[in-house]
Design a protein around this ligand. Structure first.
Ligand code: NAD
Ligand code: UGA
Length: 460
């Protein structure tokens, strides 16, 4: 088996950073270097003050403290790191294409291709190249073709090793994964990667497959998870119409061991950088093989999710006497889920956008998201001028300030701390009737109604 002494990871984002930190923590004999073209991000990874790491994940600071400077390094010199490595992980972003063929659906692979070309150009000895990013099935073929045709006599083995961590629980997921998936053709290369994970993952949880099964399994896993959320969200609307309670239905259905209880929490809609992107990609791939029924089936998961976000915003407007113009609506939460500072594709962005179209005054509080990020997310939609976003939206760093004088509160992220607020005091400071729209079914209906709030929750 090839002895791996040096690993390089290209891309120091939500996946590259935490994944490589854990690999370095568990393999002190291997030097792990994470590189990125984003200098500010690398500087943040090298921050002495661990509260300033670029990503907020519980337990990440301790892992970085243990390994950084020992066998874990963050750097901007991509060429040097490629040249030195035995194994190179590609962990760059693969967003949905915003131009040309496949616009709005296909994955944009320009960053992946740039990495392949750079590796081919710089490499002087044999390398194992590992796809860590989520990629369309058969991307390994493209990578291999670029590597083989642009390098000078170097041997490359391409492996697929998709990442299944969820944000907010990244370190726990990495320390104790349900499975590690490795797809490849070359046994020696596969065994080299298995050896790295075997430092802490039991052998029976390390699954090896062919390349295409591994690439496709990642897209399918995300599609199945998102499909469960869309399914329960579809049921939530039916519950509202019939008097059933979606939590009760989810519990009753999920107790069937064939169905299981996880991922059945109705919400304002799933967000995050991957579910939508990966399903759109799956839909695009199916269509490219002329599998239109397959494509339509999965596309419905996205259609349902969009509907849920719109429906929540509409419910707010309709309940507040069909006008929110000039009314203050406090947003509790902006991140796409609790315990992360990530806001990519967060439902909060789309709900806010809808309310801003109606000239509402939105005041946002999220314990981990900055004002700059909130404005960046809204500006990126291009719905209105940046000045209008700044006129209509205020971002505060105190939840009570957000709710003081508000006509309504909307819960967009399920941060645990929101449950512990002094709701009697909050109601005092609000306009009456004091509305709460709970997009996460987080708060206690009984407590809030006893205090005199008008409380609305998804699926009730
Ligand atoms: P990210 O945007 O946080 O990080 C990607 C990083 O790659 C950026 O810092 C960018 O500057 C860097 N980069 C891009 N091109 C580069 C180049 N040529 N050279 C050096 N650096 C370059 O993205 P992410 O959330 O870490 O996701 C990365 C991949 O992992 C995606 O394919 C995603 O679908 C997948 N994934 C993400 C998650 C998640 O929870 N975020 C989970 C599983 C899989
Ligand atoms: C998801 C998957 O869970 C990971 O396995 C995968 O690696 C990752 O995508 C990826 O490929 O990027 P993540 O998006 O970080 O992880 O977070 P999830 O916990 O899956 O939540 C996604 C969204 O669904 C959130 O907005 C969450 O609030 C929502 N959700 C989740 C619900 O509304 N209800 C649920 O029951 C579960």
């Amino acid at each position: 088996m090839k002895q791996i002494k040096k690993i390089t990871c290209i891309g120091a984002g939500y996946v590259g950073g935490p994944t490589m930190s854990v690999i370095a923590q568990k393999n002190p004999h291997i030097q792990v270097t994470v590189v990125d073209i984003n200098q500010a991000r690398i500087a943040a990874w090298n921050e002495e003050d661990l509260s300033k790491l670029p990503i907020y994940e519980k337990g990440l600071d301790a892992v970085v403290a243990e390994a950084r400077g020992r066998n874990l390094f963050f750097d901007t010199d991509v060429d040097k790191a490629i040249e030195e490595a035995d194994m190179i992980f590609i962990s760059v972003n693969t967003p949905t294409k915003t131009y040309g063929k496949g616009k709005g659906q296909a994955a944009d692979l320009k960053f992946i291709e740039l990495c392949a070309r750079q590796i081919a150009e710089v490499a002087k000895d044999d390398k194992i190249v590992v796809e860590k990013s989520t990629l369309p099935v058969r991307t390994a073929e493209t990578l291999k073709s670029i590597l083989d045709n642009t390098s000078s006599g170097v041997n490359f083995h391409v492996l697929s090793n998709p990442e299944f961590l969820a944000e907010g629980t990244a370190i726990a997921d990495l320390h104790n994964p349900d499975r590690v998936l490795i797809g490849g053709e070359n046994t020696e290369a596969i065994n080299a990667l298995v050896g790295i994970y075997a430092s802490w993952v039991p052998n029976e949880r390390i699954l090896t497959t062919n390349l295409w099964s591994s690439e496709l399994s990642k897209l399918v896993a995300n599609a199945f998870l998102a499909q469960r959320v869309s399914s329960i969200n579809a049921v939530s609307e039916l519950c509202e119409a019939t008097g059933a309670n979606v939590d009760e239905v989810a519990k009753a259905v999920g107790m069937d061991s064939r169905i299981g209880p996880k991922f059945l929490k109705a919400s304002v809609g799933f967000g995050g950088s991957c579910f939508q992107k990966d399903i759109l990609n799956l839909v695009y791939i199916a269509r490219s093989y002329n599998l239109h029924a397959v494509a339509d089936y999965w596309e419905q998961v996205i259609i349902m999710n969009d509907h849920q976000k719109t429906r929540f915003a509409e419910k707010i407007i309709q309940t507040m006497y069909n006008t929110v113009n000039g009314k203050q609506i406090a947003f509790l939460g902006w991140a796409f889920k609790k315990d992360t500072n990530d806001t990519r594709e967060s439902a909060a962005i789309y709900v806010a956008d809808h309310l801003l179209d109606e000239e509402a005054q939105v005041v946002v509080y999220d314990p981990k998201v900055s004002a700059a990020q909130v404005y960046k997310d809204l500006d990126a939609l291009g719905t209105r001028a940046p000045e209008a976003n700044r006129r209509l939206v205020k971002v505060v760093d105190n939840a009570y300030e957000a709710m003081d004088g508000a006509h309504a509160i909307a819960v967009l992220t399920e941060w645990e701390a929101f449950k512990t607020y002094d709701w009697a005091q909050i109601k005092e400071g609000m306009k009456k009737p004091a509305f709460v729209f709970d997009g996460r079914k987080l708060l206690d209906r009984k407590q809030l109604e006893e205090l005199g709030f008008k409380y609305y929750a998804i699926g009730e």
